[in-house]
Design a binder for this molecule. Structure first.
Ligand SMILES: O=C(O)C[C@H]1C=CC(=O)O1
Length: 96
């Protein structure tokens, strides 16, 4: 199943810089492993915001929840999810 996900990150100002740096490094490794696996299909930065639009390809809602709640930055994120399905006019082979 495909999901469009928006993640807005808000790291509290009080979090020590070294701690924030370590969490961001973990997040990058976690994200890149999921991209390698094919479950995190796309990620784009939203210009001018500490936020991204992503496309996930996972088995079901439960797997999406597991993946998202495992994000090292999860405690500092607002996440919005929209389920996607193939558009009947689509000419692309890879959007299911
Ligand atoms: O920077 C972000 O958008 C938040 C998060 C998502 C992937 C990653 O490496 O960091």
């Amino acid at each position: 199943m495909l999901f469009h996900v928006r993640m807005d990150v808000n790291i509290p100002r009080g979090l020590p810089a070294e701690e924030a740096k370590a969490i961001i490094a973990k997040e990058k490794a976690y994200s890149q492993a999921l991209q390698q696996s094919g479950k995190w299909r796309h990620i784009w930065r939203i210009a001018g915001e500490y936020a991204n639009f992503s496309i996930f390809d996972v088995k079901d809602n439960a797997e999406l929840h597991e993946v998202l709640s495992g994000l090292p930055l999860f405690p500092f994120m607002k996440i919005e999810v929209k389920p996607l399905l193939r558009h009947p006019s689509s000419i692309r082979e890879d959007d299911t």
